[in-house]
Design a protein around this ligand. Sequence first.
Ligand SMILES: C[S@@+](CC[C@H](N)C(=O)[O-])C[C@H]1O[C@@H](n2cnc3c(N)ncnc32)[C@H](O)[C@@H]1O
Length: 651
Amino acid sequence: MGSTQENTVFLTEKEAERIRNTVKETVRKSSELRGHGRESRDAKSAISQATGASLMADMESMQSSGRGETLPALAVGQVYPPCTVTREELEPMKISELKMDTHHRGRRLHVKRASPVVVLTARSWVMVEDADGGGDMERLEMSLHKSRHGEDILEYAKNYIIKEPFFTLTEEGEATLRIDHPSDLMSLSDALTGKTFSSAKAAEKFATTCKSGGNDELKNGDLAAAYEKYTDGLTVARRDLVSQTNPDLARDIARNRALVNLRLSHFDDAIADARASLTGQNDQKSKDLDSKAYYRAGSAAYGLGQYEDARKFFEEQLKLAPNDKDASTYLKRIDVRLREEQTGAYNWKKLRAGISKARPHVDAASFIGNVKVENSEGRGRGMYVTRNIPAGEVVMADKAFHVVWGHDKEALTAMTYDVRDDRIRVQPVGLSKAVAQKLLGNSSQIERVMDLFGDYDGDGQRIFRTQDGPIVDTFRIHDIVSRNGFGLGNQYGEEDARNASTGLCTWAAYINHSCVPNTSKDFVGDLMVLRAIRPLQAGEEVFFSYNEDGDYDARQAALMTTWGFECNCPLCAAEKADDPAVRKKRAELVQQSEEFVKHENWPDAKRLTIASAHRLAKAIDDTYDNEQYKDVPRLAGRTIQEWLMKASPRK
Ligand SMILES: C[S@@+](CC[C@H](N)C(=O)[O-])C[C@H]1O[C@@H](n2cnc3c(N)ncnc32)[C@H](O)[C@@H]1O
């Protein structure tokens, strides 16, 4: 929360209209076609179209530096929930049975890739055909959430199960299967599809080859490929015919995959793999292996901020390997994290010294010991302090769930047009994408993120996992990021609207806005720190300001567009009571003062210039009625007053 003026991207009316019209037209056309049978495609021309587009996309990505001049435009609308049952519970269907603009609930399609993949910034598409032949071909598009284990999902495998397929139109009016929720597309292993083993030996050999293949990929740093190989090996090594004769093979592969998961920051999966790899044997070799597994589990728990769990893992490791220095170092760090978590006592100097552009994430725990979440009349839920807090003290500190820094390659800002409220917004879609990715590898966190406020509540079901894996409703993620995401300020160099650093905090997200806040927020890397601006009484609601624009109308407009509410804090109540002509005059004076400070340097300001500044400050002050503004700040005068405070003492 907290967009700034500099982060505003201006869109001409014409451009906005074009985006609106294109999306509305697509929605209209698709709903007209709803339920109609699919028109079959000519396979040859479908493949050549995809091949051409794929080549073009490759060339464009080679020519551009990654960030184009124009923002990609994405449509948000026609929200629908992800499939929440396993693939076994779905009835198979064929491409020829697809109906236009329809979610084929209760059905599944098994398809295989039939063309090169067209990889674009915010989506990818490919031609697919029924896996068991038949000749029907269809376009398959994967929207924003298209990477898995760091690779484009459509390039990841050749065989896919599409759960409850959605068949609709692209914005160019072309029929397509469209996947919005990553869990609706399951990749099937190329190496295992249709594979049978003649003997236990053959199966074991296959799993062993997968394991060494995974080790090679890991050495090369190709995490997606290593993950895939280990997963294939593990699938086979866990089958009875192998596990009964060689139970260690599955353990070895799981232990190695734990490392891949750790490197991918898929901490839950890393812990699960590390646990599955434990031998519990007493010989030295087994103890060394288990020690390794505990280390991986401990590091993953630490990555999740689960410090007590991490401590247990490292203590287990030390029982097996008493001289392990890394485990001891981690245990010392855990003591510091637990102290931060319990008392809010941070060593700010050390924390600040430990971060840089290359290492922007601070090694610190969240501190939420002074606050609790409760209902806030007219504002949904809010955050309340549980004890008296003196001015200047830390109210809470929240280590962001996720941050995409402006300099990360994941940073992606897009223009979104939301059909639900007809609004165009500039959105940190790179953050939505990264949050969804993180949840897919850390399913224990899904519930916590999904608890945050968003306009769309999904289908009301709270199913976040099936046997097929985690379920992440990306429409909800989009809404949650829109309403709860925040800018982190320009901590590591130049940023603009196209590459602002943005993040999501899961505790601070419960804090409501007030234009007369009682806390101020600051960042140390990705740790959001809130301090009391004035003494807070136990039981008081905590507020900070999402938007600090001094102009009432601009502020209200921003609060409505980005957060969907009208503020009626005491300041807004006073400003609302002003005559619109007075507000207009004040806004003009604010603009004048902004121009003034832009052009007049305070260090060498002349007496006459200072006198002009005083006049401007007085003119702004005169727009306020003393009685009406007795207890609330006069925000419009802030810019010029700050200039005067710096300029006056020297003259
Ligand atoms: C970051 S969330 C704050 C927590 C939220 N109230 C909840 O229930 O989870 C932002 C949303 O809270 C609501 N909100 C925040 N400040 C508000 C205010 N001053 N008045 C009314 N609604 C507010 C809006 O719906 C906004 O989109």
